[in-house]
Design a protein around this ligand. Structure first.
Ligand SMILES: Nc1nc2c(ncn2[C@@H]2O[C@H](COP(=O)(O)OP(=O)(O)O)[C@@H](O)[C@H]2O)c(=O)[nH]1
Ligand SMILES: [Mg+2]
Length: 376
């Protein structure tokens, strides 16, 4: 398969290999504006190139409700090529005044707990209430197939076809930091396009919860009744991040157990640090598959928004998140300068050996590496 076949059709010849186009697999439903691109790489058809868009074209298209341009803008944001990153920043700068008018909700829980089903139920409910909903995912483990969010296509399909909804799978590959940056910027693009509820699904394993917590206003932890806490991989730390804890699958024979679990968690939560200042997190039950309790959970989110907006916590929280994001990008940038520095590379092996041998203390090792980094 040639590189060309893997590139978006609008990619310029000189664009290099940096295009994040592998994510397009599985989203050929036409809602992302790249409908003609199969992504399988098997087709030998001629690549049709769309005319390039200027930053103004992007900004106008997005705010004007053009879904094809919205999809292309997100592909631009997800690109790793320097030229595209630069244009993406130009577009985001233009969009900035139109961003932020949404409630951002993170949804986590172990695989199988029902995150996608819950998002679909909530998404449909919100659309019926007159909202416009964007569904995004953060899944750094997702590879060429495009991640977990569209794992069950038939279920998400109804939602994905609706004009009032926009679904985007996780940008694939790369570091969690890279995936998070792309998702945050995609969130901004979606807000500028008029989506007022952003739902972000996380895989519920590893560090991704903490990352998603740092980009949303409200964090919801889905759980199951009956499964032990260890089994669910839920640490106290994750419970402390949650603004609501929801026991899903409260249906059929499981209903009573779900209610018992809710009471237990409700008690346990008394001993936890509150996730958000001025808000006490509670436990709830729902059945995503039977659409039960979804409206109640939305009313909790609304109440949260009301209280935190009135107290100023909502805005303060966002500002803090944005500056933390800036700082973490600075950290990443400095780190890559460090690891890419040839003087550091020259001494790194030696230093590593000396540290493992126990002949060089760690602090002295750091000094040596930093000295090498500072050399001109
Ligand atoms: N009984 C029941 N099953 C559910 C419910 N929500 C999800 N499921 C099922 O649980 C499985 C995993 O759901 P999914 O949404 O893919 O979970 P995810 O991995 O957390 O995104 C699927 O077979 C769903 O049909 C629910 O409320 N009740
Ligand atoms: Mg899922």
């Amino acid at each position: 398969m040639s590189d060309n076949e893997k590139r978006p059709e609008w990619a310029p010849e000189e664009g290099g290999k940096g295009f994040a186009c592998r994510v397009m697999d599985g989203v050929e439903g036409g809602h992302d504006g790249i409908s003609s691109y199969s992504g399988s790489g098997k087709a030998k058809r001629k690549v049709y190139r769309r005319p390039q868009l200027t930053a103004d074209d992007y900004a106008d298209g997005i705010t004007g409700g053009n879904r094809a341009i919205l999809g292309r803008a997100i592909t631009l944001v997800e690109s790793n090529s320097a030229a595209h990153m630069e244009q993406a920043q130009e577009v985001l700068k233009k969009l900035l005044p139109k961003t932020g008018n949404s409630i951002r909700i993170g949804i986590t829980g172990v695989p199988g707990v029902g995150k996608s089903t819950f998002i679909e139920a909530l998404g449909v409910y919100l659309i019926e209430q007159g909202h416009r909903v964007a569904v995004l995912a953060v899944d750094p483990s997702s590879s060429i197939t495009g991640g977990s969010i569209l794992g069950d296509k038939t279920r998400m399909e109804a939602l994905g076809r609706d004009e009032r909804c926009f679904i985007r799978p996780s940008p694939s590959g790369g570091t969690l930091g890279g995936v998070a940056r792309k998702t945050r910027e995609t969130m901004m693009v979606c807000e500028a396009a008029g989506f007022d509820v952003i739902l972000v699904e996380t895989v519920g394993v590893g560090q991704s919860e903490i990352t998603v917590r740092s980009m949303v206003d409200f964090f919801l932890l889905l759980m199951l009744a009956g499964a032990g806490d260890e089994l669910q991989g839920i640490k106290k730390g994750i419970m402390e991040l949650a603004d609501a804890l929801v026991i899903n699958k409260a249906d059929g024979e499981n209903k009573l157990r779900a209610e018992t679990a809710r009471n237990e968690y409700e008690r346990a939560m008394h001993y936890l640090q509150p996730s958000t200042e001025g808000w006490i997190s509670h436990a709830y039950t729902c059945s995503a598959i039977e659409n039960k309790g979804i409206d109640n959970i939305w009313s909790v989110v609304e109440k949260y928004r009301r209280i935190t907006k009135a107290s100023g916590v909502f805005e303060a929280h966002r500002q803090k998140q944005t500056m933390q994001w800036v700082d973490s990008m600075v950290d990443e940038h400095l780190r890559s300068l460090f690891t890419g520095n040839p003087n550091v590379a020259k001494v790194y092996g030696e230093v590593e050996e000396a540290v493992s041998n126990g002949t060089l203390p760690p602090t002295a090792a750091v000094n040596r590496l930093i000295r090498a980094f500072d050399e001109r």
